[in-house]
Write a protein that binds this ligand. Structure first.
Ligand code: SF4
Ligand code: SF4
Length: 356
């Protein structure tokens, strides 16, 4: 199981699609529970991954250090905006299995959304930790209208990330944050996905799997199985708020449906399956691949139906491309160019939600 632990609701940035710190009423700025309660929950699970989250989790490095001492997790992950990465002591840095750094791609794309100078600061920190950190370094993009998916993903690979993952700035943001979402999908995003897929398969013909997480996660499901929402919210992933509430999804602590328990009162077994994906996803023809994409989006009708349908068009296009890719991957497997083991990523839920 994945336990997403918020260390604070505070953030030192104020990104366009997010708005910065979470209000104290939704997520208190300091952890208020006894860490031993969390240690008991995690300790009951022999396959536990703890991922630090926020706000900006690295604003509370001493707390993270204490938790890494006390929580008997098999793996540790952190999702950070990257600006405080240089403050993380080397001995802590090296204990992480995966570090996800928020960067939206090229300088102008990142700075438009995250603030002037953020790109340079984060890239300098990534360059600083790369020679020291031997784990999985993942770039995490929030994709907006400024983004050219092909160009920005390729740019992030040029910065020495092992993997690149992205989420569309859709549904959680207000729909007026796009000038013309449909036009962007048909003229920019979907063609960019096709181009990326061709490049991905081209690399595979040389025996190399480029770390494009949405492609890898979908193909993994095709070869190794898996069901339900790929992020695992409410089934294999639980978020622990700073006040000890246990949530299915970490981003929306204010919704009652999302509150599934309280630290100290739950076991891993009691938490599972308290909240799940509703229609229209369960009877959708691409549900086996998409899994409903995002529990929050499925539950909260923040966008009009026609806008929701546009997001689904991106999923359908991606699913089509990956079905096509699978045929060619089968041939490469048969020819021995790649092995099945190479397709097994992510091997554990590392907080990449797979479907953008
Ligand atoms: S494509 Fe859309 S409707 Fe279908 S499962 Fe995914 S999110 Fe749900
Ligand atoms: S994909 Fe949606 S439900 Fe899953 S963690 Fe992200 S926001 Fe929450």
């Amino acid at each position: 199981m994945l336990y997403i632990v918020s260390t604070t609701g505070l953030c030192n940035l104020c990104c366009r699609y997010c708005g910065g710190s979470i209000s104290e009423e939704v997520m208190p700025h300091e952890v208020q529970y006894d860490i031993e309660k969390l240690a008991r929950l995690v300790g009951d699970d022999p396959d536990a991954t703890v991922a630090f989250y926020g706000g900006e989790p690295l604003l509370r490095i001493p707390l993270i250090s204490e938790m890494m001492e006390k929580l008997p997790a098999k793996r540790f992950v952190v999702q950070t905006n990257g600006t405080p990465l240089d403050e993380l002591p080397q001995e802590l840095l090296c204990r992480f299995d995966a570090i996800l750094v928020s960067l939206d791609g090229r300088r102008h794309v990142t700075d438009t959304n995250r603030g002037e100078g953020v790109y340079d600061r984060v890239v300098a920190n990534v360059e600083k930790i790369r020679p020291i950190f031997g784990g999985d370094l993942i770039a995490r993009m929030a994709v907006s209208e400024e983004c050219g998916i092909y160009e920005d993903v390729m740019h992030l690979f040029s910065l020495d990330f092992d993997h690149v993952h992205w989420q569309l700035n859709a549904i959680w943001a207000s729909d007026d944050s796009w000038t013309d979402f449909g036009k962007w999908i048909y003229e920019s995003y979907n063609p960019g996905i096709t181009r990326l897929k061709e490049l991905w398969l081209g690399e595979m013909k040389k025996g190399k799997i480029l770390g494009i997480v949405p492609f890898q996660g979908i193909v993994r499901r095709m070869f190794f199985g898996g069901e339900g929402v790929p992020c695992g919210a409410g089934s294999t992933s639980f978020a622990v708020a700073t006040d000890g509430r246990i949530l299915a999804c970490p981003i929306c602590g204010e919704y009652e449906w999302n509150r599934i328990g309280e630290l100290g009162k739950e076991t891993v077994q009691s938490l599972r399956g308290r909240v799940g994906i509703n229609e229209p996803c369960r009877s959708c023809d691409v549900y086996a691949i998409c899994g409903g994409r995002c529990l929050f989006a499925n539950r909260e009708g923040h966008w009009k139906q026609e806008q929701f349908d546009l997001v689904c068009m991106t999923v359908r296009h991606l699913a089509r491309e990956m079905r096509d890719a699978k045929k060619r991957i089968d041939e490469l497997l048969k020819a021995g160019t790649i092995t099945r083991e190479q397709l097994d990523y992510p091997q554990f839920n590392n907080t990449t939600e797979i479907i953008p």
